[in-house]
Design a protein around this ligand. Structure first.
Ligand SMILES: Nc1ncnc2c1ncn2[C@@H]1O[C@H](COP(=O)(O)OP(=O)(O)OP(=O)(O)O)[C@@H](O)[C@H]1O
Length: 241
C-alpha cells in the first residue's frame, strides 16, 4: 500500500531522516514513534506530499508518488490529519458529518459510516448535533476531524497526534473509533507521543531516533528493545502522555 525507499532529508545542515526503508501493507494499523525531533512529522510530511524528500522514493499502491502534491494524493485516497483538530468551526456537528458521509468514488462509504456510528455511540454525538464544531469538547472535535478526513475518500489515513490533549476517557473512545476504522479496512499510520495510547492500539510499531529507523515490530517487542529504551531514556514527556 505504502513503500518508502531510501528516504533522506535535511533542513540546512541538519540531517533529519537517513535512508528510511519500510512499507505498510493494506489494512495495517501502524504506530510511528520516537523521541522529540526524531523526524516523525517530517516523514509524515514527505509521505503526504507536504515536503519533497531530498533523497529516496515514496510509492503508494505501487505508483511512484514522490513529490506529488497533497491534494493529488488525497484524491487518490492518501490523507493526513494534522496535530490538533481541523474542523470547519462554523459548521454544526450534523453538517460536518453530512460531509463525512458523502461518498467519494464510493470508496470510503463503509469506513465513514462505521466511524460515525461508533462516534455517535461513544461521544453521544446526537446530543451535540446542532452545536458548532468550533465549540465542541476536544475529543469530539478530534473524532469529527477524522470523520471529515474520511470524506476525502481516504483509504490510507496518517493520523498526527490524534490523542494530544484528550482526557483518559476521550482517549479510550478515540482508540475505539480508530479500531473500528481499521476493522472497516482503512490502512492507518498513527504518530502519537502517548505510548500508552498508541501501544494499546497498534499491531506494529516503527521507531525513529535521530532520523534513523531503529526498530520495527509488534509493540511488546519494540518497547523491550534495548535501542528503543535507550532512545527514550530521559525523554520524560514520552513516558505516558
Ligand atoms: N521546517 C524546518 N526547518 C528546519 N528544521 C526543521 C524543520 N522542521 C523540522 N525541523 C527539525 O528537524 C528535526 C525533526 O523534526 P520533526 O518535527 O520531523 O521531528 P518529530 O519526531 O516529529 O518531533 P516531535 O515529536 O517533537 O514532533 C528536528 O530537529 C526539527 O527541529
Amino acid at each position: 500500500m505504502l513503500r518508502l525507499e531510501g528516504i533522506g532529508h535535511r533542513f540546512g545542515g541538519l540531517e533529519v531522516l537517513r535512508r528510511i526503508d519500510t512499507s505498510v501493507a493494506a489494512g495495517e494499523l501502524v504506530g510511528l514513534i520516537g523521541p522529540n525531533g526524531a523526524g516523525k512529522t517530517t516523514l509524515f510530511n514527505i509521505i503526504s506530499g507536504f515536503v519533497r524528500p531530498a533523497t529516496g522514493r515514496v510509492f503508494f499502491e505501487g505508483r511512484d508518488v514522490t513529490g506529488w502534491k497533497p491534494n493529488v494524493l488525497a484524491a487518490l485516497g492518501l490523507v493526513r490529519t494534522f496535530q490538533g483538530a481541523r474542523v470547519f468551526p462554523n459548521l454544526t456537528v450534523k453538517e460536518s458529518l453530512a460531509i463525512a458521509r458523502r461518498p467519494v468514488k464510493g470508496r470510503q462509504g463503509d469506513a465513514a459510516a462505521r466511524v460515525i456510528a461508533t462516534a455517535q455511540q461513544l461521544f453521544d454525538l446526537d446530543a451535540h448535533a446542532g452545536e458548532e464544531a468550533g465549540s465542541l469538547p476536544s475529543g469530539l472535535m478530534r473524532v469529527l476531524g477524522i470523520a471529515m478526513a474520511l470524506s476525502t475518500g481516504a483509504h490510507v489515513l496518517l493520523l498526527d497526534e490524534p490523542a494530544a490533549g484528550l482526557s483518559g476517557e476521550e482517549m479510550e473512545h478515540l482508540q475505539e473509533v480508530i479500531r473500528q476504522l481499521h476493522q472497516a479496512g482503512t490502512t492507518i499510520v498513527v504518530v502519537d507521543h502517548n505510548l500508552h495510547f498508541l501501544m494499546g492500539l497498534v499491531t506494529r510499531a516503527i521507531v525513529l531516533d535521530s532520523g534513523m529507523l531503529i526498530a520495527d515490530g509488534p509493540p511488546e517487542a519494540v518497547t523491550a528493545d534495548p535501542r528503543v529504551v535507550e532512545a527514550y531514556l530521559g525523554a520524560a514527556d514520552l513516558a505516558d502522555g
